[in-house]
Design a protein around this ligand. Structure first.
Ligand code: 8YV
Length: 313
Protein backbone atom coordinates (compact mmCIF):
# COMPACT_ATOMS: atom_id res chain seq x y z
CA UNK A 1 0.00 0.00 0.00
CA UNK A 2 3.09 2.17 0.11
CA UNK A 3 2.12 3.96 -3.09
CA UNK A 4 -1.30 5.00 -1.84
CA UNK A 5 -1.36 8.72 -1.08
CA UNK A 6 -2.77 9.76 2.31
CA UNK A 7 -3.14 13.43 3.26
CA UNK A 8 -2.90 14.12 6.99
CA UNK A 9 -4.77 17.41 7.57
CA UNK A 10 -4.49 17.70 11.35
CA UNK A 11 -2.00 16.76 14.03
CA UNK A 12 -2.52 13.35 15.60
CA UNK A 13 -0.68 11.25 18.16
CA UNK A 14 2.87 10.27 17.03
CA UNK A 15 1.98 6.55 16.91
CA UNK A 16 -0.71 7.19 14.29
CA UNK A 17 1.45 9.51 12.20
CA UNK A 18 4.34 7.02 12.29
CA UNK A 19 2.12 4.13 11.24
CA UNK A 20 0.59 6.17 8.41
CA UNK A 21 4.12 7.06 7.26
CA UNK A 22 5.12 3.37 7.28
CA UNK A 23 2.08 2.12 5.38
CA UNK A 24 1.29 4.90 2.90
CA UNK A 25 2.77 7.76 0.91
CA UNK A 26 1.98 10.32 3.58
CA UNK A 27 1.54 14.02 2.85
CA UNK A 28 1.23 16.47 5.73
CA UNK A 29 -1.08 19.40 4.98
CA UNK A 30 1.06 21.78 7.03
CA UNK A 31 3.86 21.28 4.48
CA UNK A 32 1.64 23.05 1.91
CA UNK A 33 0.01 26.49 2.28
CA UNK A 34 -3.25 24.78 1.35
CA UNK A 35 -4.24 21.48 -0.17
CA UNK A 36 -5.08 23.19 -3.44
CA UNK A 37 -1.33 23.88 -3.67
CA UNK A 38 -0.42 20.24 -3.24
CA UNK A 39 1.76 19.57 -6.30
CA UNK A 40 -0.68 18.28 -8.91
CA UNK A 41 0.95 14.84 -9.13
CA UNK A 42 0.50 14.48 -5.38
CA UNK A 43 -3.11 15.65 -5.43
CA UNK A 44 -3.96 12.91 -7.91
CA UNK A 45 -2.29 10.26 -5.74
CA UNK A 46 -4.20 11.17 -2.56
CA UNK A 47 -6.87 8.53 -2.07
CA UNK A 48 -7.45 9.11 1.67
CA UNK A 49 -7.58 12.04 4.10
CA UNK A 50 -6.98 11.64 7.84
CA UNK A 51 -8.36 14.42 10.02
CA UNK A 52 -9.04 15.15 13.66
CA UNK A 53 -11.55 17.14 15.69
CA UNK A 54 -10.23 20.45 14.39
CA UNK A 55 -9.37 19.63 10.77
CA UNK A 56 -11.22 17.53 8.22
CA UNK A 57 -12.28 17.64 4.60
CA UNK A 58 -14.33 20.60 3.42
CA UNK A 59 -15.79 20.96 -0.07
CA UNK A 60 -12.71 22.81 -1.39
CA UNK A 61 -10.33 20.09 -0.25
CA UNK A 62 -12.58 17.34 -1.60
CA UNK A 63 -12.70 19.09 -4.98
CA UNK A 64 -8.89 19.48 -4.96
CA UNK A 65 -8.40 15.70 -4.55
CA UNK A 66 -9.93 13.99 -7.60
CA UNK A 67 -8.92 10.49 -6.46
CA UNK A 68 -10.19 10.82 -2.88
CA UNK A 69 -11.99 7.66 -1.74
CA UNK A 70 -12.15 7.86 2.06
CA UNK A 71 -11.94 10.35 4.92
CA UNK A 72 -10.94 8.71 8.19
CA UNK A 73 -11.32 11.02 11.18
CA UNK A 74 -9.32 10.58 14.36
CA UNK A 75 -12.36 11.80 16.29
CA UNK A 76 -15.97 10.99 16.97
CA UNK A 77 -17.08 14.50 16.04
CA UNK A 78 -16.97 15.01 12.28
CA UNK A 79 -18.19 18.59 12.02
CA UNK A 80 -15.09 19.44 9.98
CA UNK A 81 -16.06 16.97 7.25
CA UNK A 82 -18.50 17.99 4.50
CA UNK A 83 -20.58 14.83 4.80
CA UNK A 84 -23.04 15.92 2.12
CA UNK A 85 -20.23 16.42 -0.38
CA UNK A 86 -18.79 13.03 0.56
CA UNK A 87 -22.16 11.37 0.04
CA UNK A 88 -22.54 13.19 -3.29
CA UNK A 89 -19.16 11.96 -4.53
CA UNK A 90 -19.32 8.47 -3.03
CA UNK A 91 -16.48 9.15 -0.59
CA UNK A 92 -16.55 6.97 2.52
CA UNK A 93 -16.22 8.56 5.95
CA UNK A 94 -15.13 6.77 9.12
CA UNK A 95 -14.79 8.04 12.69
CA UNK A 96 -13.94 6.75 16.18
CA UNK A 97 -17.14 6.14 18.17
CA UNK A 98 -17.44 3.92 21.27
CA UNK A 99 -13.70 3.63 22.06
CA UNK A 100 -13.73 7.15 23.57
CA UNK A 101 -17.21 7.17 25.16
CA UNK A 102 -16.09 6.22 28.66
CA UNK A 103 -13.15 8.62 28.55
CA UNK A 104 -15.20 11.65 27.60
CA UNK A 105 -17.96 10.78 30.04
CA UNK A 106 -15.41 10.36 32.84
CA UNK A 107 -14.03 13.81 32.12
CA UNK A 108 -17.52 15.34 32.15
CA UNK A 109 -18.04 13.99 35.68
CA UNK A 110 -14.57 15.20 36.60
CA UNK A 111 -15.49 18.70 35.44
CA UNK A 112 -18.73 18.61 37.46
CA UNK A 113 -16.89 17.57 40.62
CA UNK A 114 -14.10 20.09 40.00
CA UNK A 115 -16.65 22.86 39.51
CA UNK A 116 -18.96 22.23 42.44
CA UNK A 117 -16.27 21.14 44.93
CA UNK A 118 -13.80 23.78 43.61
CA UNK A 119 -11.03 21.13 43.41
CA UNK A 120 -8.74 23.23 41.18
CA UNK A 121 -9.21 26.37 43.27
CA UNK A 122 -8.61 24.55 46.56
CA UNK A 123 -5.45 23.01 45.11
CA UNK A 124 -4.27 26.55 44.31
CA UNK A 125 -5.29 27.57 47.85
CA UNK A 126 -2.90 25.00 49.35
CA UNK A 127 -0.06 25.74 46.92
CA UNK A 128 -0.33 29.47 47.64
CA UNK A 129 0.18 28.94 51.39
CA UNK A 130 -3.17 30.55 52.17
CA UNK A 131 -4.21 27.51 54.21
CA UNK A 132 -1.83 28.68 56.92
CA UNK A 133 -4.14 31.63 57.42
CA UNK A 134 -7.44 29.82 57.61
CA UNK A 135 -9.68 27.09 56.23
CA UNK A 136 -10.83 26.94 52.67
CA UNK A 137 -14.39 28.09 52.06
CA UNK A 138 -17.36 25.73 51.96
CA UNK A 139 -18.30 24.57 48.47
CA UNK A 140 -21.31 22.93 46.80
CA UNK A 141 -22.42 19.31 47.06
CA UNK A 142 -22.51 17.44 43.74
CA UNK A 143 -24.29 14.24 44.77
CA UNK A 144 -28.00 14.55 44.28
CA UNK A 145 -27.83 17.59 42.01
CA UNK A 146 -30.01 17.41 38.89
CA UNK A 147 -27.94 16.86 35.75
CA UNK A 148 -29.44 18.02 32.46
CA UNK A 149 -27.87 16.55 29.32
CA UNK A 150 -28.10 18.10 25.85
CA UNK A 151 -27.93 15.09 23.54
CA UNK A 152 -28.58 11.58 24.84
CA UNK A 153 -26.32 9.72 22.43
CA UNK A 154 -23.52 7.33 23.43
CA UNK A 155 -21.58 9.94 25.42
CA UNK A 156 -24.72 11.54 26.90
CA UNK A 157 -25.97 8.16 28.09
CA UNK A 158 -22.57 7.32 29.58
CA UNK A 159 -22.60 10.63 31.47
CA UNK A 160 -26.11 9.90 32.74
CA UNK A 161 -25.07 6.45 33.98
CA UNK A 162 -22.13 7.94 35.88
CA UNK A 163 -24.16 10.79 37.38
CA UNK A 164 -26.80 8.31 38.56
CA UNK A 165 -24.07 6.67 40.65
CA UNK A 166 -23.92 10.04 42.48
CA UNK A 167 -27.70 9.87 43.03
CA UNK A 168 -28.23 12.67 40.51
CA UNK A 169 -31.66 12.86 38.88
CA UNK A 170 -31.14 12.93 35.09
CA UNK A 171 -33.02 14.99 32.52
CA UNK A 172 -32.27 15.61 28.88
CA UNK A 173 -33.03 17.46 25.69
CA UNK A 174 -32.83 15.96 22.23
CA UNK A 175 -34.65 16.71 18.98
CA UNK A 176 -37.08 13.90 19.74
CA UNK A 177 -37.98 12.15 22.96
CA UNK A 178 -36.35 8.75 23.39
CA UNK A 179 -39.37 6.60 24.24
CA UNK A 180 -37.23 3.89 25.86
CA UNK A 181 -35.42 6.35 28.13
CA UNK A 182 -36.21 6.48 31.86
CA UNK A 183 -34.89 10.05 32.09
CA UNK A 184 -37.08 13.14 32.11
CA UNK A 185 -37.33 14.73 28.68
CA UNK A 186 -37.62 18.42 27.98
CA UNK A 187 -38.57 19.57 24.46
CA UNK A 188 -36.38 22.67 24.68
CA UNK A 189 -32.92 23.47 26.03
CA UNK A 190 -34.30 26.49 27.91
CA UNK A 191 -36.78 24.27 29.77
CA UNK A 192 -34.02 21.76 30.51
CA UNK A 193 -31.75 24.54 31.79
CA UNK A 194 -34.56 25.94 33.96
CA UNK A 195 -34.93 22.55 35.65
CA UNK A 196 -31.40 21.36 36.30
CA UNK A 197 -28.39 22.30 38.41
CA UNK A 198 -25.70 21.14 35.99
CA UNK A 199 -26.20 21.43 32.21
CA UNK A 200 -23.93 19.29 30.04
CA UNK A 201 -23.39 19.65 26.30
CA UNK A 202 -22.99 16.17 24.78
CA UNK A 203 -24.52 16.49 21.29
CA UNK A 204 -22.86 16.63 17.87
CA UNK A 205 -22.11 20.07 16.40
CA UNK A 206 -24.44 20.80 13.51
CA UNK A 207 -26.05 23.93 12.06
CA UNK A 208 -28.97 23.29 14.42
CA UNK A 209 -26.81 22.92 17.55
CA UNK A 210 -24.49 25.87 16.85
CA UNK A 211 -24.79 28.17 19.91
CA UNK A 212 -27.44 25.84 21.33
CA UNK A 213 -26.36 27.29 24.67
CA UNK A 214 -27.14 30.97 24.26
CA UNK A 215 -27.87 33.89 26.62
CA UNK A 216 -31.43 32.72 27.23
CA UNK A 217 -30.23 29.24 28.22
CA UNK A 218 -27.52 30.63 30.47
CA UNK A 219 -30.03 32.90 32.24
CA UNK A 220 -32.37 29.93 32.64
CA UNK A 221 -29.56 27.87 34.19
CA UNK A 222 -28.95 30.82 36.50
CA UNK A 223 -26.52 31.97 39.20
CA UNK A 224 -26.66 28.61 40.99
CA UNK A 225 -26.39 26.63 37.77
CA UNK A 226 -23.28 25.19 36.15
CA UNK A 227 -22.43 24.59 32.50
CA UNK A 228 -20.15 21.73 31.40
CA UNK A 229 -19.06 21.51 27.76
CA UNK A 230 -17.29 18.40 26.48
CA UNK A 231 -18.71 18.75 22.96
CA UNK A 232 -17.55 21.56 20.74
CA UNK A 233 -16.78 25.15 21.61
CA UNK A 234 -19.26 26.39 19.02
CA UNK A 235 -22.10 24.77 20.93
CA UNK A 236 -21.86 27.74 23.29
CA UNK A 237 -22.09 31.47 22.55
CA UNK A 238 -18.74 32.14 24.17
CA UNK A 239 -19.08 35.93 24.32
CA UNK A 240 -22.40 35.52 26.11
CA UNK A 241 -20.82 32.94 28.43
CA UNK A 242 -18.10 35.38 29.45
CA UNK A 243 -20.71 38.07 30.15
CA UNK A 244 -22.94 35.70 32.12
CA UNK A 245 -20.00 34.60 34.27
CA UNK A 246 -18.61 38.12 34.79
CA UNK A 247 -22.09 39.43 35.68
CA UNK A 248 -22.81 36.52 38.04
CA UNK A 249 -25.81 35.35 35.99
CA UNK A 250 -24.24 31.87 35.78
CA UNK A 251 -22.81 29.90 38.71
CA UNK A 252 -19.79 28.45 36.88
CA UNK A 253 -18.50 26.64 33.82
CA UNK A 254 -16.34 23.58 33.16
CA UNK A 255 -15.00 23.83 29.61
CA UNK A 256 -12.93 21.33 27.64
CA UNK A 257 -13.66 23.01 24.32
CA UNK A 258 -13.71 26.59 23.02
CA UNK A 259 -15.01 28.45 19.98
CA UNK A 260 -11.57 29.31 18.60
CA UNK A 261 -9.15 26.74 20.04
CA UNK A 262 -6.49 27.13 21.26
CA UNK A 263 -7.52 30.74 21.93
CA UNK A 264 -9.45 31.06 25.21
CA UNK A 265 -11.11 34.32 26.32
CA UNK A 266 -8.63 35.93 28.75
CA UNK A 267 -11.50 37.11 30.97
CA UNK A 268 -12.07 33.52 32.01
CA UNK A 269 -8.57 33.19 33.45
CA UNK A 270 -9.41 35.42 36.44
CA UNK A 271 -12.55 33.47 37.40
CA UNK A 272 -12.32 30.85 40.18
CA UNK A 273 -15.72 29.38 39.28
CA UNK A 274 -14.40 28.24 35.90
CA UNK A 275 -12.38 25.13 35.05
CA UNK A 276 -10.48 25.29 31.76
CA UNK A 277 -9.12 22.22 29.95
CA UNK A 278 -7.27 21.99 26.59
CA UNK A 279 -9.67 19.70 24.70
CA UNK A 280 -8.52 16.54 26.43
CA UNK A 281 -11.80 14.63 26.52
CA UNK A 282 -10.36 11.55 24.83
CA UNK A 283 -6.71 12.31 25.54
CA UNK A 284 -5.39 9.25 27.34
CA UNK A 285 -2.81 6.83 26.00
CA UNK A 286 -5.29 3.97 26.01
CA UNK A 287 -8.13 5.77 24.31
CA UNK A 288 -6.14 7.70 21.71
CA UNK A 289 -4.30 4.47 20.79
CA UNK A 290 -7.63 2.71 20.33
CA UNK A 291 -8.79 5.63 18.16
CA UNK A 292 -5.60 5.49 16.11
CA UNK A 293 -6.06 1.76 15.57
CA UNK A 294 -9.57 2.46 14.28
CA UNK A 295 -8.22 4.99 11.79
CA UNK A 296 -5.59 2.52 10.60
CA UNK A 297 -8.03 -0.38 10.56
CA UNK A 298 -10.59 1.54 8.54
CA UNK A 299 -8.02 2.58 5.95
CA UNK A 300 -6.67 -0.97 5.68
CA UNK A 301 -10.18 -2.40 5.33
CA UNK A 302 -11.05 0.12 2.64
CA UNK A 303 -7.98 -0.50 0.53
CA UNK A 304 -8.31 -4.27 0.90
CA UNK A 305 -11.94 -4.09 -0.19
CA UNK A 306 -13.20 -5.30 3.18
CA UNK A 307 -16.08 -3.90 5.30
CA UNK A 308 -15.17 -0.71 7.14
CA UNK A 309 -14.92 -0.99 10.94
CA UNK A 310 -16.76 2.23 11.87
CA UNK A 311 -18.40 3.76 8.79
CA UNK A 312 -20.41 6.95 9.05
CA UNK A 313 -20.87 7.54 5.33
C1 8YV B 1 -10.68 14.20 19.40
C2 8YV B 1 -12.86 15.01 19.91
O1 8YV B 1 -10.67 12.82 19.43
O2 8YV B 1 -13.36 12.81 19.25
C3 8YV B 1 -13.65 14.01 19.15
O3 8YV B 1 -14.60 14.46 18.45
O4 8YV B 1 -13.25 16.10 20.06
C4 8YV B 1 -11.56 14.65 20.49
O5 8YV B 1 -11.71 13.67 21.46
C5 8YV B 1 -9.27 14.72 19.56
O6 8YV B 1 -9.33 16.10 19.54
C6 8YV B 1 -8.40 14.22 18.40
O7 8YV B 1 -8.97 14.64 17.18
Amino acid sequence: MGSIGVLLVGHVMPYLEQELDKRYKLFRAWDYPNAAQLPSQHATSVRAVVGNSSAGADAALIEALPKLEIVSSFSVGVDKVDLEKCREKGIRVTYTPDVLTDEVADLAIGLMLSLLRRICESDRFVRSGKWKHGAYKLTTKFSGKTVGIIGLGRIGQAIAKRAEAFNCPISYYSRTEKRDSKYKYYPSVVELASNCDVLVVACPLTEETHHIVNREVMNALGPKGYLVNIGRGKHVDEAELVSALLEGRLGGAGLDVFENEPVVPQELFQLENVVLLPHVGSATVETRTAMADLVLGNLEAHFLGKPLLTPLV
